[in-house]
Write a protein that binds this ligand. Structure first.
Ligand code: GLA
Length: 509
């Protein structure tokens, strides 16, 4: 398990996504106040989820001097935590985090832990026998077998996903207004077809085991009809574990039932997020567990794109297609920063040979337009996702895009590189601060992107011989300035701003 995965689980168990967050806060209680020890079992209750459930968080802590260790569990999750104590004050973070930034910070006050967990206030008390978290029984995953390609995603899926901007605040109205904006902004006509609802739509299971929606989504079938009436498609989200990453009920033991229900609603795309499955299965079960839902989707007879989300564990690029995956996340969650975006794309490098029509590596959704990168950085984000044939799932507010954001997301010449039917994923060659990515195209030409990783503008020269084209060059265009460029003496030189990208398309004769 990598650091981001652990980080994710901790986060998922916390109030960022609902009740679970509060539970984590309990962990903070562990600080020894004036000689008191934080050791022991603590229990807290998180804020309610949108489906009305109130989650418990149990923190089991050991204290050795000023050091804390132990576990934190909530519905579906068990995470190792570590921390430190100074007097009555304590801090906790996830084991193995690269950046040991505490997520629970608090004090031991009168035998209770009063803490802030990701900014939420929580109070934990010493647990009693009643403070137990039920664990579902183990279900053996089915044996692996050969599957038939579902024929979908012959080019990388394009659309919008609610998570990056709205997280748990997504609701029916947001999705409807976003679908309207996909049409009025031109996004749909630029190719962004899927409108994907991420985590936190889930309600409770009824007596027959059907998973209901929560109050934010009063009628999912009606919502699907609305989205379809706009010429768009609707996506949904679940987990193979008992709980999603935001701690909502998920598909463990209900795979076929859930798939049937989604098909009856008119769902066209499923993102299936490992999350709490990690508390039930080891990584050697990744393939059969994912194949189980792939089979369930196929059995519905409805074309549903299958998006695996397990952060690249177990070299998913090598087997994702064998379990019916049309795309698979290769990284942890993207954030709206240059470092996060570049770190995600660089993790794509070893996966390049596994991308192709019907099955794509997914370095996570786009952050373009969310405001924390420069326009040059967002152009680089779009260029690199296109060069690596990555799914293009916008993660911003389509209803209020600036002209620059529109010009980046809807640059049809860049989209054409991403959607090229040959489906090749570019790999980089680094030379100092300049990184060159070359993507062969179906028409015998190529796209070439040169990224300036450095802090200052830099001059870059593209040599046409590096493109290894079978025929001489007919013409070349700069896809951001939308101008033809002259290849003088077989090369082209341009100045690239810091964190910007020169993106050329070259046609062969
Ligand atoms: C995980 C995924 C994210 C998002 C959240 C929802 O962190 O990687 O993309 O789906 O869960 O809880």
């Amino acid at each position: 398990m990598n650091h981001e995965m652990k980080c994710r689980n901790i986060r998922a168990a916390m109030s960022l996504h609902g009740i679970a967050g509060l539970l984590l806060c309990l962990a903070l209680l562990a600080a020894p106040a004036y000689g008191q020890s934080l050791a022991g079992r603590w229990a807290a209750t998180g804020s309610p989820l949108a489906n009305g459930e109130v989650q418990k968080v149990i923190l089991d802590l050991k204290q050795d001097g000023d050091k804390l260790s132990g576990t934190m569990q909530s519905l579906g999750f068990i995470n190792e935590v570590t921390g430190k104590v100074a007097g009555a004050h304590f801090e906790l973070w996830g084991v193995g985090w690269n950046d040991p930034k505490p997520f629970v910070i608090g004090d031991l006050v009168n035998g209770e832990l009063h803490a802030s967990q990701w900014g939420d206030r929580i109070v934990a008390h010493k647990a009693t026998a009643a403070d137990e978290i039920p664990r579902p029984a183990y279900i053996e995953p089915p044996a692996l077998h050969k599957v038939k390609f579902n024929g979908l995603a012959t080019t990388p899926p394009m659309g919008w996903n609610s998570w990056n901007l709205f997280a748990e605040k997504v609701d029916d109205k947001t999705v409807r207004t976003m679908a309207d904006a996909m049409v009025s902004s031109g996004m749909r006509d630029a190719g962004y077809i899927y409108v994907n609802i991420d985590d936190t739509w889930e309600g409770l299971r009824d007596a027959q085991g059907n998973l209901e929606t929560n109050h934010k989504f009063p009628d999912m079938k009606a919502l699907a009809d609305y989205v379809h009436s706009k010429g768009l498609k609707l996506g949904i989200y679940s987990s193979p574990g008992p709980r999603t990453c935001a701690s909502y009920p998920a598909s463990y033991g209900h795979e076929a039932q859930d798939a049937k229900m989604w098909a009856s609603w008119g769902i066209d795309y499923l993102k299936y997020d490992w999350c709490s499955a990690g508390a039930i299965y080891k990584n050697d079960a990744l393939q059969p567990v994912y194949q189980k839902m792939g089979d369930a989707l196929a059995a519905t007879g409805r074309p549903i794109i299958y998006s695996l989300c397990e952060y690249g564990m177990g070299s998913v690029e090598k087997w994702g297609a064998d379990v019916s995956g049309n795309l698979w996340r290769t990284t942890g969650d993207i954030r709206d920063t240059w470092d996060s975006m570049m770190s995600n794309i660089e993790k794509q490098v070893s996966t390049a040979s596994y991308a192709g029509p019907g099955h794509w590596n997914d370095p996570d959704m786009l952050e373009i337009g969310n405001g924390h990168m420069t326009d040059d950085e967002y152009r680089t984000h779009m260029s690199l996702w296109a060069l690596t044939a990555a799914p293009l799932l916008a993660g911003n507010d389509i209803r209020s895009m600036s002209p620059v954001t529109k010009s980046i997301l809807m640059n049809s010449e860049v989209i054409a590189i991403d959607q090229d039917r040959l489906g090749k994923q570019a790999s980089p060659v680094k030379n100092g601060d300049l990184e060159t990515w070359i993507k062969p195209l179906a028409d015998g030409g190529a796209a070439v992107g040169v990224v300036n990783l450095g802090p200052a503008a830099a001059q870059a020269t593209v040599h046409t011989s590096d493109l290894h084209l079978a025929h001489p060059i007919a013409k070349a265009r700069d896809l951001w300035s939308h101008q033809e460029v002259q290849l003088i003496k077989d090369s082209y030189t341009a100045t690239i701003p810091s964190h910007g990208t020169l993106l050329l398309r070259v046609w062969a004769q």
